[in-house]
Design a protein around this ligand. Structure first.
Ligand SMILES: [Zn+2]
Length: 455
């Protein structure tokens, strides 16, 4: 059963580029949870956390071990742990596994087994000198740390006191609705889409040049992400790579917005066409997490299509934004994570009000947010008249907002919208309510994207 532990800790964990190790007191708090769950001494659990991850809950080793106690997927699965980056769940699972090994084999042998695998420890006849140097060093490191911790008082700090913003994000449904403590609001603009015809409005930026101008105006209005579809000059849909390249260049020349390509394309496009634009390596791209009725048509996103798009995202290092049109789409995303194609947390866009998808109600929005894997950031795109109501809810709940002509043609009854006006209205309301609007670079920080390097 514990053969999988072989690789659990051999490789050095790679610290996450965006999140530094937790404060020492918070690590101690998690170690206490692990000790309570396993019956082990808290200092031993803490010593193993320190040796495994250095206190970084996002650490991933080359061998694929993850989180504070560097769990392999099989170990997590045996514990019933869905998300290895859930710090508390990770430590409880790791400590229980370690507890089993220590009680069965003895203290140092159990520590060795956590690193080297129980079968291998038995095969070496319990002689530390017959184990690989990494394991010998590992046992020494853990035991030295264990001794030191036993003789030094260690502070304990609950995680929610260390991260008020994260607490605000996760307890939106509780009493805590302090907008000032939330992350600044990320406003995404989806200026084009695939559904609107040129004749529907004079404000559709359907050429790369117009997209560049719109990007500048959206940035000035308070936007930080632009979600890109492309059209031909006659207004018809295209996923031509050259056209997307021009659009990317025009947007980048006129703004520092985060550029997010659509891989949804338009109904009728092949999956290959939809994924082809990923080769341009935009900072983000959407991944729609399931098929959905779209008016009288079907927006098709079977598992093979989703896997194909995700593989291209990995190949070109593009960050996904998960598009969720219905509650089952979250189950699909979790299944893709189980297959190893996605890791949580992710940024999720909840698209509500598509004719054929989940209706745009605050209750539905709350249900979806409740069901998100821990640590996910989210935005909401309300379709049509629901756009503003969904935006208001997201501002209050600590989420983020998507607006734009793709989702909504009108500013008010009978008044055609311009993209920048839709962005400006949401920015104005949020600022007025005490929640500032994120710059693109702040949005990159919140989403864990690399900073834009000057060209
Ligand atoms: Zn789109």
């Amino acid at each position: 059963m514990f053969a999988f532990l072989l690789a659990a800790a051999l490789a050095v964990p790679t610290p996450s580029p965006t999140i530094s190790p937790l404060p020492a007191g918070v690590v101690q708090w998690y170690a206490r949870r692990g000790a309570d769950a396993s019956g082990l001494d808290v200092s031993l659990v803490r010593a193993v956390i320190d040796a495994e991850s250095g206190g970084d809950p996002d650490a991933v080793s080359k061998a694929g071990a993850a989180g504070l106690m560097q769990l392999q997927p099989d170990t997590a699965s045996d514990c019933g742990l869905r998300d290895r980056f859930d710090a508390e769940g990770n430590v409880v699972c790791g400590a229980r596994t370690l507890g089993y090994l220590v009680h069965r084999y003895g203290v140092w042998q159990g520590i060795a087994a956590y690193n080297f695998g129980a079968g291998n420890v038995t095969a070496s006849g319990d002689h530390l000198s017959k184990m690989p140097p990494e394991t010998q060093n590992y046992v020494k490191t853990v035991i030295d740390r264990y001794d030191a911790l036993q003789h030094a008082p260690v502070e304990t700090q609950p995680p929610w006191t260390a991260f008020p913003r994260a607490a605000a994000r996760q307890s939106w449904d509780g009493a805590l609705t302090n907008l000032c403590a939330m992350d600044p609001l990320i406003i995404t603009c989806a200026p084009v889409g695939a559904e609107i015809a040129l004749g529907d409005t004079p404000h559709l930026p359907h050429t790369p040049e117009l997209l560049g101008k719109t990007a500048r105006a959206v940035r000035e209005a308070g936007g930080s992400i632009v979600h890109v579809h492309c059209r031909n000059d006659d207004g018809s849909n295209t996923h031509d790579v050259a056209r997307f390249r021009q659009a990317y260049e025009q947007i980048r020349a006129s703004s520092d917005l985060i550029v997010q390509f659509s891989t949804g394309g338009a109904i009728g496009m092949t999956p290959q066409e939809r994924a082809s634009v990923l080769q341009l390596r935009p900072e983000m791209a959407t991944l729609t997490c399931g098929s959905v009725n779209f008016g009288d048509e079907i927006f098709e996103n079977s598992f093979p299509i989703m896997r194909g798009i995700l593989e291209k995202m990995h190949e070109f290092e593009v960050r996904p934004e998960l598009e969720i049109f219905d509650k089952g789409h979250l189950a699909n995303a979790r299944r893709l994570a189980k297959e190893g194609l996605l890791t949580f947390p992710q940024h999720v866009d909840l698209v509500l009000g598509v004719p054929g998808g989940l209706e745009a109600t605050v209750q539905n929005l709350c249900d979806l947010v409740d069901d998100l894997p821990p640590g996910c950031t989210w935005s909401v795109a309300g379709i049509g008249r629901a756009q503003i109501a969904m935006a208001l809810a997201a501002i209050a709940m600590g989420g983020h907002v998507r607006v734009g002509l793709e989702d909504n043609l009108y500013y008010a009854k009978g008044v055609l919208a311009r993209n920048e006006d839709l962005v400006a209205r949401v920015a104005r309301i949020s600022e007025e309510a005490g929640r500032p609007v994120a710059t693109p670079d702040q949005a990159r920080e919140i989403l864990g994207l690399r900073k834009l390097t000057p060209a």
